[in-house]
Structures are given as C-alpha cells and as structure tokens.
Design a protein. Structure first.
Length: 339
C-alpha cells in the first residue's frame, strides 16, 4: 500500500515524488523514512539468505583516505598510555577525531536538504542551531531525522542485493574512469540485474559496486588527492527517471562504493544538460529529503563482489548500525553481509 512515484499525494510547493506523510502513524511525524519498509515479515524473509555461515565486512578503514573529498577532516588517531598518567598502569586507550563522512558512511536524512527550500525529510528545517539542540534530545516527537533513531528500531537488518556494475562492465568491455562523470542509467541497472539473475523484493537494500573505493584505496596519497580533486565521479544518473525507478522498487536504503552514489557533477536535463553544481545534486535531494531514503557511500565492496561471483549469489542478509550519537548526521555504517 505504498503509492508509486507518480501517485504520491502532492505536497504543497514540493516537486512530484515527495513522500512526506507516507510513513506517519497515529498523527506522529515519522523520522525513519524508508527504513519503515523493514517490517518483521520482510526481515524474517531476509534471514533465509543467511544460510552458509559466512559474513563479510563492508567497512573501509576510517583512515583509508589521507585527504577526504569535500574538504572533510580525515582520521586523527591518538594513543593514550595509562603508564604516563596518574595511575601508572600498563594499558592503553585511544582517541579518534574524524569527519563521520570521511570513509564508509551513511548519510542521515538531514545531511542534504531540498536546496530550493532548505527543508529536509517530512518538512523539518534542520538549521545548525536545531541540530546542535537535538544533541542528546530524547523526545522523539521533536527530534530531527538523525541516525541515532536507528537504535530505537534495532538498527538496519534486511535483504541486501548487490548490483555489481564493475563486474558487468568488465564482462561487457565497457571501459570507464571512476574519477570522471560516468553515469549509470536505470536501463543499465536492469541489465546488470538480468546479467546476474537478480530479482528485487520489497524492502531490499540496494548496493551498487563501481570499483571507486578499490581504485582510490590502491593509489598513493598524492594520486588520491588528484583523483578526488577532479570533483567528478562515477554514479547513478541523477534524474527523475532514476528517482522514480528507485522509489518504485521500494528499497529500504541504498548504498554503494562511490563517493556520492550519484554521478558527479550533476547534469540538469531540464536545462539542456547543463552541468550542475554540488548544491544541485539530484538524487541526494530526492532520496534524503523527499523520500526519506538513507544513502550509503564509500563502502568497501571488493570482498563482497568476489564472494558473490564465487557462489553465484548476489543476495544476502545485511546488518548495519550507525554510531549511537544523539543528533548524528553521518556515521560509519558498521555493515556486514551475511551469507
Ligand atoms: C555531499 O553531499 C556534499 O556529500 P556526500 O556525497 O558525502 O553525501
């Protein structure tokens, strides 16, 4: 009973495809978006994919990029020795400082607003002040749709489906550069699914592999800087057709190994394929702000790809819990694929 993209009830001053209100219940504003599709029945069915006793981590090291993109702070890792402190013990702690989106990450629904209005999922206005006030806030009714709320529902557990675009491209002789504007269309996603023998189910978590983290991870710090400095990246084509396809498949979340999931820079088709700016990212606005669909980026999909190829199966149980930081805007995903 989830309306399709073109049947979503119109929301005043917002484009078609705005799902605000769809997941509201008992007069309460929802702040989990498409994670609501992971009902106990959907999750029970996902457990059928975990039958081989093998789990694969999808998390790139937090410090994998020396100078992360979008001028984000990379990892600073300090060791605290108790021996030097007042206790004189043999023992250690460590302290981390990093931008939560410097490596594998989830984007929360407040990460990127609908730019013309500044509104995020379900019409909330996440100003910097409101976000700071939401730190430590326990009143769920007033809360912004930040990642800590995933903990209220037991994190994310569902059926993950890998679309291995990189493997498909290699098989078909399609050459591309991950650090150039190579757009993956809806038609190609369907071709990859057919090539793999993959069928989607309601509430799946879609994972798209492009090879971005593999190419970046294997490069020197200098080369990484040059690759990210192009501000161009492989990703899903950012247009209404892709948004409609994603919504109509009723995915609970989407993730991939590329830096923005969608192609960079955006192309604004309505204006004769004008090259857009980062502020005009098309799918970020549809997914995070209009649909309530979390986006995962920079996931490490190399081992997953190899295993899927080996067993000839691209479906698995996916588990993920972000950091439980009240008011958290982004987070490492702590994601596992379980076969
Ligand atoms: C931006 O939206 C700027 O970043 P990301 O692709 O990491 O979500």
């Amino acid at each position: 009973n989830i309306p399709d993209f073109d049947s979503l009830p119109p929301v005043k001053d917002m484009p078609q495809g705005c799902a605000w209100g769809v997941f509201d219940k008992d007069g309460k504003k929802d702040h989990l978006g498409c994670l609501n599709l992971l009902t106990p029945k959907v999750v029970q069915s996902a457990f059928k994919e975990a039958r081989d006793g093998i789990s694969i981590s999808l998390n790139w090291p937090i410090g994998a990029i020396n100078k992360p993109g979008f001028a984000r702070k990379g990892l600073e890792h300090k060791v605290i020795s108790f021996q030097e402190g007042p206790f004189g013990l043999w023992g250690f702690d460590d302290e981390l400082e990093f931008n939560t989106q410097c490596s594998s990450q989830w984007d929360s629904l407040v990460h990127f607003a609908h730019q013309p209005t500044g509104l995020s999922y379900n019409g909330v206005q996440p100003t910097r002040e409101a976000l700071v006030q939401s730190f430590g806030q326990v009143d769920v009714d007033k809360a912004l749709p930040t990642l800590n709320h995933w903990h209220d529902r037991g994190g994310l557990v569902g059926r993950g489906v890998l679309l291995d675009y990189r493997a498909y491209a290699e098989a078909k002789g399609i050459a591309y550069d991950c650090f150039d504007s190579h757009a993956i269309t809806v038609q190609t996603l369907e071709d990859v699914a057919r090539h793999q023998g993959t069928e989607f189910k309601f509430g799946d978590i879609l994972i798209v592999r492009t090879g971005f983290t593999e190419d970046l991870g294997g490069a020197s710090a200098e080369d990484q800087e040059r690759m990210l400095g192009t501000h161009k990246a492989v990703g899903l084509k950012g247009n209404k057709e892709t948004a409609r396809w994603i919504w109509n498949h009723h995915f609970a979340a989407v993730a991939g190994d590329a830096i923005a999931f969608e192609v960079l820079p955006p192309v604004i088709e309505e204006e004769g394929d004008r090259t857009g700016t980062i502020a005009e990212l098309v799918l970020h606005q549809y997914f995070l702000s209009l649909f309530g669909l979390n986006i995962g980026e920079l996931w490490d999909l190399k081992a997953l790809s190899a295993h899927c190829k080996n067993v000839g199966r691209y479906e698995f149980l996916l588990t993920s819990v972000p950091l439980n930081v009240p008011g958290g805007i982004g987070s490492p995903p702590n994601a596992l694929a379980i076969f």
